[in-house]
Design a protein around this ligand. Structure first.
Ligand code: SF4
Length: 337
């Protein structure tokens, strides 16, 4: 990091307690009785090694979530769905869900227990409903039919490219043609029998490589987005995963402002460990474990209270991820005209 940037960073860190407290006071942050968003890592195995993902550095053992973990989680989520406390359940984290041999059954199992989430999914908002996302390389004819007929309300397709060259820079794979073929099969099957849900989100992450390609991406798939109400283009911002992957330096001037994740979200990893956000890939924040504890117990536990308090006060000692995370920052540049 150049010297002047180091200096600016040091000043921002020094001001952190002041700006974080001011923000907390303005926003009156208060946790809900249960997380509105629950991420369930159905598998942590993946068939890609993407340069835009820190998964290569994951230290925990990759594996599929077993029924002893999945079933109690579903039961607990069903109880909270009944009380309309959930907004979003996502069925993937650091793995591709189609790697799990029972993924279709798992979607069915949870989908039939969360009718209120299904209703929210009708809003076609990726932040509401029962969702998952896949790199689509394992999509075959059977999976296409099963996913389209499933109780998912949102099916994200991580494409992130318009050519093999860009696909390689984003996902480290040469199988661009296979991906395009699989996505066309999915969209043709969707067009052949129009349906309301799931909404299919064709995703591209905006990076230095893809920024100039976004309109080409839109045009490439507009035949499908124009003809089916449940197909959308989704443009996602790039993240450096709280400093876990290299990218050009972030804006140096920022205010520390507590991120909203520990007030809204829990992540259940495939081995039952629980994390507060998508960035804690190895569950380093040690919040707890299911099924030994319920999600509700973890949500109200001392480690999570402590994390909220640290974020609220801007004293992030021992929270290296949070120190480098854009979610805990408001960049000055964004506030200026
Ligand atoms: S600031 Fe910390 S808790 Fe919040 S999203 Fe980033 S790493 Fe997670």
């Amino acid at each position: 990091m150049p010297g002047d940037m180091q200096q600016q960073n040091a000043i921002c860190r020094l001001l952190a307690p002041l700006t974080a407290r001011g923000y907390t006071w303005l926003k009156k942050l208060k946790p809900d009785s249960f997380p509105r968003v629950v991420i369930v890592e159905t598998t942590s195995r993946c068939n890609l090694r993407c340069p835009i993902c820190p998964r290569d550095k994951m230290k925990r053992q990759a594996g599929d979530m077993p029924p002893e973990i999945f079933e109690p989680v579903v039961e607990e989520l069903a109880r909270h769905d009944e009380r309309e406390e959930l907004e979003l359940v996502i069925l993937h984290f650091f793995g591709d869900p189609l790697m799990h041999p029972r993924i279709i059954d798992m979607i069915e199992q949870i989908g039939s227990r969360v009718p209120n989430l299904r209703k929210l999914g009708e809003q076609r908002d990726p932040m509401r409903g029962l969702s998952t996302s896949t790199n689509a390389l394992l999509l075959d004819e059977d999976k296409v039919e099963a996913l389209l007929d499933s109780k998912l309300t949102w099916l994200g397709i991580a494409m992130d490219a318009t050519s093999e060259m860009i696909y390689r820079s984003m996902h480290g794979s040469k199988r661009w043609d296979m991906l395009v073929h699989n996505v066309e099969c999915l969209l043709e099957a969707n067009a052949a029998r129009p349906r309301h849900l799931p909404t299919i989100g064709l995703q591209i992450i905006r990076t230095a490589d893809t920024a100039a390609e976004i309109e080409t991406f839109r045009a490439r798939w507009e035949r499908y987005t124009n003809s089916a109400q449940n197909v959308q283009i989704v443009i996602k911002p790039f993240t450096n995963w709280a400093g876990q992957i290299d990218r050009p330096a972030a804006d140096p001037w920022y205010f520390t402002t507590p991120c909203a994740w520990p007030w809204r979200t829990l992540v259940v990893c495939s081995d039952g460990q629980v994390a507060p956000c998508c960035y804690d890939m190895d569950c380093t924040m040690r919040l707890g474990k299911v099924p030994e504890q319920t999600l509700e117990e973890i949500w109200n536990s001392e480690p999570l209270h402590r994390l909220r308090e640290q974020l609220r006060s801007g004293r992030l000692d021992g929270l290296e991820l949070c120190h480098h995370c854009d979610e805990a920052r408001t960049h000055l540049r964004r506030l200026l005209p």
